[in-house]
Design a protein around this ligand. Structure first.
Ligand SMILES: Cc1cc2nc3c(=O)[nH]c(=O)nc-3n(C[C@H](O)[C@H](O)[C@H](O)COP(=O)(O)O)c2cc1C
Length: 217
C-alpha cells in the first residue's frame, strides 16, 4: 500500500512538473504597447457607459489589459510623463493595483509593466459583493499621501477622491468602448484589504473597480 502510494505520488509530481496546473505568478508582466488609435467615438462610449454587476470569468487578453491600464492613467505625453487622467498639481498620487487570479500587481505607468506585489488571489478581498471573486480583474485605487506632500488633510482627501474619480471614469469609458463590463465600488472592507495588501500608513484605499466581460444572458 505504501509502495503504491509512493508510485502515485511520484506520477502526480512528474505530471505537475511537466504540465504546471497552478500557473505561477510572473514577477513582472510586461504589457504590450497600448493601442491608442482604436476604440469607438467618444460620444458613443458616453452613450454606452454603465455599471454592470454580472461577469463571465473569461480572462482579459494581455492587449486588452494593456489598453485598459493605459486608458485608466497611462502616460499620454512621454515628454512630461503626464497621464490620461489629471491629478491636482500633477502629484500623480493614485496607484492602481490589479488583483488577478494569479496575484496582486502594481501598475508602473512609466514602464507600462505590472509588478507583482503578492502571489495570492486577493480578488475576493477587494469587495463585499459576490461577483468580485470570479471577475477576471479587480482594480484597487490607492492614494499615496507621501507623494502629495505637505498640506491640510482635508484638501488632500478631497484631491485624492477627485483624482480617483477621473481614473475610474476613464476605466468606465474604456470599458464601454471595448465591450467590457465595469463597476466602481466603494463597498469594500478597506481596513481588511489594506492589511492583506500590506499597505503602509501613508496609503489609503479610495475605490475598487471590477472589469471583465459581461455575462452572456
Ligand atoms: C464612488 C462610487 C462608488 C460606488 N460603489 C459601488 C459599490 O460598492 N457597489 C456597486 O455595486 N456599485 C457601486 N457604484 C456604482 C453605482 O451604484 C452606479 O454608478 C449607479 O447606480 C449609477 O449607475 P450607472 O453607473 O449605470 O449610471 C459606485 C459608484 C461610484 C461612483
Amino acid at each position: 500500500m505504501k509502495r503504491l502510494f509512493s508510485i502515485v505520488l511520484a506520477v502526480v509530481l512528474a505530471i505537475c512538473f511537466a504540465f504546471p496546473i497552478f500557473a505561477e505568478a510572473e514577477k513582472a508582466i510586461q504589457l504590450p504597447a497600448p493601442q491608442m488609435d482604436g476604440g469607438m467615438p467618444l460620444m458613443k462610449a458616453l452613450k454606452l457607459r454603465c455599471t454592470t454587476r454580472e461577469y463571465s470569468g473569461e480572462a482579459l487578453p494581455p492587449q486588452e489589459l494593456s489598453n485598459l491600464l493605459w486608458a485608466a492613467c497611462g502616460i499620454n505625453r512621454p515628454d512630461s510623463e503626464k497621464r490620461t487622467a489629471p491629478t491636482a498639481m500633477n502629484k500623480q498620487e493614485i496607484d492602481v493595483y490589479v488583483a488577478l487570479p494569479e496575484g496582486l500587481y502594481l501598475y508602473d505607468a512609466k514602464a507600462h509593466v505590472l509588478n507583482l506585489i503578492l502571489a495570492q488571489d486577493l480578488r475576493e478581498a477587494t469587495g463585499k459583493q459576490p461577483f468580485v471573486k470570479d471577475a477576471p480583474v479587480n482594480l484597487v485605487f490607492v492614494a499615496n499621501y507621501t507623494r502629495m506632500g505637505e498640506g491640510p488633510k482635508e484638501v488632500q482627501d478631497f484631491y485624492a477622491a477627485m483624482d480617483t474619480g477621473y481614473i475610474s471614469q476613464n476605466v468606465y469609458l474604456f470599458c464601454a468602448s471595448a465591450g467590457l463590463a465595469s463597476v466602481a465600488r466603494g463597498w469594500v472592507d478597506k481596513e481588511a484589504l489594506a492589511k492583506v495588501m500590506m499597505l503602509g500608513v501613508d496609503k489609503k484605499i479610495m475605490l475598487a473597480q471590477t472589469v471583465g466581460y459581461p455575462k452572456k444572458k
